[in-house]
Design a protein around this ligand. Structure first.
Ligand code: NAD
Length: 438
């Protein structure tokens, strides 16, 4: 099939490359002409394991190309995926839908033949229905444009595999007669072969599947972080607790790692946008607990700063090393990164902060130019009074306590991701603190 993917960011570029990989001819479109040109040259503007090669291979095969023209997309494709950003609004904790609206408005006037627009961005429930009306009144082909919602569940760091081997494909359509569902089934058929559930529903359910999945994941993380606080107050160990409750199939062990909490370009803003939307719908009380999920999550960041205080006393003039800047390992994404948030808070408390991250240094430097940066973990640790591990990169989990001790001024380590072995560090003479761990 000939498809366009509108919005070539983390999600859109991955989707475009994977759709061409399974045999479709794909045009990726981004309003940022420089970004589109870089991608067309095979240069990925961000880090995602395996994606650079996939983009290059598929450009070379002739199935994938990038452009900045919505008109070209309308001319080329019969299915248009919408993958533009839906960040948190600048003025309130709700979704900013201006990019989605702008993308639809740029495409619609050029739609002259029957077309499917499949939204993948994460949006508040009700958006797809509104967009359908918007596009059908402005497109020359009118209701020949069918709108579907096809939420995306990929995880950065695992994005290529998640796209090629999804846990499920969800497609929301306007009505049962819509041919959009069949078009989407055909489009995804190469990856539906191995019994991937293909769930067709209405637009509102499809939109809600995504935000409720994110809310549930956030709930698991904040639950275990709240338990970590109880563990600390009672000499219990949250890791063993998570292992034990995770044995129960109804609970499961995944997303029960206590630590600095969630960040990134999705979970925090999606949970806030969900709260805002349920308030608008008059059902905010039913989801009041979402506010607490957000509050517990943000408290983790302050707790790390307090822990650093407790460990080394006043932070004024202290040297603190921050290992990690990306919001999660195997990514260079620093959007709402807990690690950088903590780095800035520690700096504001008077410390000299030096940051190292295996992939996110350029992005971190741009966002937080007043922090110091080092080129290796060892360099970052020189003269440190405390080392804070804030992103669970393998490189940090494999650090050798004796090597690090030769660089630091004091042997203080805070393992904000519970990714180190406490016994190894304590045996090497370090003062070790994790979250809710003995
Ligand atoms: P992103 O900011 O990396 O990418 C968005 C891209 O859209 C940018 O390159 C931007 O230039 C482009 N854009 C903006 N307006 C445009 C327009 N009118 N026409 C064409 N391009 C335009 O964002 P992202 O992380 O890829 O997220 C995109 C959406 O997908 C969001 O709704 C997000 O919540 C959702 N999502 C993201 C992930 C993820 O892991 N990143 C996972 C699931 C869902």
């Amino acid at each position: 099939m000939q498809i366009s993917v509108i919005g070539a960011g983390y999600m859109g570029t991955t989707h475009a490359a994977c759709m061409s990989q399974i045999g479709h001819r794909v045009l990726g479109v981004d309003v940022d002409a420089e970004k589109a040109a870089r991608l067309q040259a095979g240069d990925l503007p961000f880090f995602e394991p395996g994606l650079q090669k996939l983009v290059r291979d598929n450009i070379a095969s002739g199935r994938l190309r990038f452009s900045a023209s919505h008109e070209e997309a309308a001319d080329f494709a019969d299915v248009h995926f919408l993958t533009v950003g839906t960040p948190q609004d600048k003025d309130r904790p709700a979704a900013d839908l201006s990019f989605v609206n702008a993308a639809v408005d740029a495409l619609a006037p050029h739609l002259t033949r029957p077309t499917v627009i499949a939204g993948k961005s994460t949006v508040p429930v009700g958006t797809a229905h509104r967009l359908a009306q918007r596009v059908q009144t402005t497109a020359p082909v009118g209701d020949g444009v069918e709108l579907a919602w096809n939420p995306e569940f990929l995880r950065e760091g695992l994005a290529v595999n998640d796209t090629l081997h999804p846990h499920r494909v969800v497609v929301g359509v306007e009505n049962r007669e819509s041919r959009a569902a069949e078009v989407m089934r055909e489009l995804y058929s190469p990856i539906l072969d191995d019994n991937v559930p293909f769930i067709v529903t209405n637009l509102a359910t499809a939109e809600l599947v995504k935000v409720s999945a994110n809310a549930f994941l956030g709930m698991k993380i904040s639950f275990i972080n709240a338990m970590a606080e109880v563990c600390e107050a009672t000499s219990a160990d949250v890791t063993m607790l998570a292992d034990a409750i995770g044995c129960d199939e109804r609970i499961g062990r995944k997303f029960l790692n206590a630590g600095l909490g969630f960040g990134g370009g999705c979970l925090p803003k999606d949970i806030r946008a969900f709260i805002a939307r349920t308030d608008e719908l008059g059902v905010g009380d039913a989801l009041a607990f979402l506010r607490e999920i957000d509050a517990v999550n943000m408290r983790q960041r302050r707790r790390i700063v307090e822990m650093t205080h407790e460990m080394i006393g006043s932070l004024v003039g202290a040297r603190v090393t921050i290992l990690g800047a990306a919001f999660k390992p195997n990514s260079d994404d620093i959007r709402d990164s807990p690690a950088l948030d903590v780095a800035e808070q520690v700096q504001l408390s008077g410390a000299k902060v030096t940051v190292y991250d295996p992939k996110a240094m350029d992005n971190a430097r741009k966002k937080c130019p007043t922090l110091n940066y080092a080129l290796t973990s060892l360099d970052a640790c020189r003269g440190a009074d405390a080392v804070l591990v804030l992103t669970e990169w393998d490189e940090f989990a494999n650090l050798r306590p004796h090597e690090l001790a030769a660089a630091t001024r004091s042997k203080n380590i805070i393992d904000a991701r519970n990714c180190l072995d406490p016994a190894t560090w304590r045996t090497a003479g370090w003062v070790y603190r994790g979250f809710g761990r003995l």
